[in-house]
Design a protein around this ligand. Structure first.
Ligand code: ASP
Ligand code: MG
Length: 406
């Protein structure tokens, strides 16, 4: 059995016109003799009748007085409505199909409601249903606990449902259909000449997803990477093949074995605060331990961490900054903070060991008079912290300097 997983996001299912495109992609792949597992998100965006955010609004009016377990039950309705609607369209087109909820599709999760982790996927029911149906539609974003309670996988979690099913079913490919042409070199709302990439590696896309590119959920990428399932991110509204996500070996030049690019894209995370803590007498050996333990105990996520012999510099989300500062003050420190910063990243699987990448970054930013507040690097990413008002210019300058529009 040749199995293909297709995932359609909210905007791909939001209108009758959009759903016609969905049917077109389904028919095309059925013609290629695939059996299809189609994962759906709730239809539309905030304000649309059955979108996830709209369902959340129903209880927001009551001061969100709903227990997490019941909240997940409510959220599961969006995907169920979407799946049943698609089933009726396919039946009308004489395509045999059936709908399975997350639980019926075999998703066992922990009971961390609202952000449950998948413990196991047992695809046996799907495989049985595929013997009688050409298409099995699965409600994305959901699973069930051992006790049989509904859970959801965290916002944007249908991508994760799709790659987890791809792995469990040993599918040939997972196609993530969305409203953009694939993975772009930058956010097109900021960098006008951002261009779709034909391929990216798992590591690159994982960095991009963690660094703010919203095109695919980072957890979905992790699962695909672990099981080496190729993923394509593509548009519902065109026939373009989009971006293939695979191992770098998949896109090396066959003759030379060389990947022909160093930098793949730029991304950003805005609204972070830089916090600097210095020991007053230069001699507090336990400063770092005290600082990071306090952040951890108070559930504050820290990032961009630089530790020096006499202090520590790091970032937190702006929304956590007041709390972080007051905790540090209670410990007797005099922290300095700079809110409204943005983390700009330059990502590329080919930058490791290549001289001159940092020099180019500094050159691009200096030419624009942009101050670098902090920097860090890994083998696939270089991050710079800038003031938020410099972010747009920084992204454009870096995109141009690395000629990513080519
Ligand atoms: N409908 C869910 C959400 O809006 C899951 C998803 O779309 O992936 O977060
Ligand atoms: Mg989504």
């Amino acid at each position: 059995m040749r199995i293909l997983v297709q995932k359609f996001g909210g905007t791909s299912l939001s209108s009758e016109k959009a759903r016609e495109h969905v049917v077109r992609h389904i028919k095309r792949e059925l013609d290629q003799n695939y059996k299809l597992v189609v994962v759906v998100s709730a239809m539309g965006r905030k304000g649309d009748p059955y979108a996830t955010d709209t369902l959340l609004d129903l209880v927001a009016q009551n001061g969100n007085a709903i227990p997490p377990r019941e909240r997940d039950l409510l959220l599961c309705c969006g995907e169920i409505i979407s799946a049943a609607t698609l089933c009726s369209i396919l039946q009308h087109e004489l395509i045999s199909s059936t709908v399975l909820t997350g639980a019926q599709a075999g998703f066992l999760t922990d009971d961390h409601y609202g952000n449950a982790r998948i413990l196991n996927v047992d695809p046996s029911r799907i495989i049985r249903e595929l013997e009688y149906n050409d298409v099995v539609i699965v409600t994305g974003f959901q699973g069930q606990t051992e006790k049989g309670d509904f859970t959801t996988l965290g916002r944007g979690g249908s991508d994760t449902s799709a790659t987890a099913l791809g792995a469990a079913l040993h599918a040939e490919m997972v196609d993530i259909y969305t409203d953009v042409e694939g993975v772009l070199t930058a956010d097109p709302r900021i960098v006008e000449d951002a261009k779709p990439l034909a391929y990216v590696s798992y590591t690159e896309i994982s960095n991009m997803a963690h660094q703010g590119a919203k095109v695919i959920h980072p957890r979905a990428v992790e699962i695909a990477m672990q099981s080496q399932i190729p993923v394509r991110v593509r548009s519902t509204f065109t026939e373009s093949e989009g971006t293939l996500i695979t191992q770098p070996e998949g896109f090396k030049d066959v003759q030379t074995g060389i990947i022909d690019r160093f930098v793949t894209g730029v991304a950003y995370v805005s609204n972070v605060t830089q916090i600097t803590v210095e020991s007053q007498d230069g001699e507090d050996h336990h400063l770092q331990l005290k600082v990071f333990k306090a952040m951890a105990e108070n559930d504050i996520s820290v990032d961009f961490i630089n530790v020096t012999p006499t202090g520590a510099v790091y970032t937190v989300f702006d929304s956590d900054s007041e709390k972080a500062i007051s905790i540090l003050q209670q410990l007797g420190f005099k922290p300095k903070s700079l809110s409204g910063c943005a983390k700009v990243s330059v990502i590329g699987g080919g930058i490791n060991g290549v001289p001159g990448i940092m020099a180019k970054i500094v050159e691009a930013l200096t030419e624009q008079d942009i101050q670098i507040l902090q920097s860090a690097d890994s083998n696939t990413t270089i991050w710079v912290l800038v003031k938020k008002e410099d972010m747009v210019q920084a992204l454009r300058a870096l995109h141009a300097k690395f000629e990513l529009h080519r």
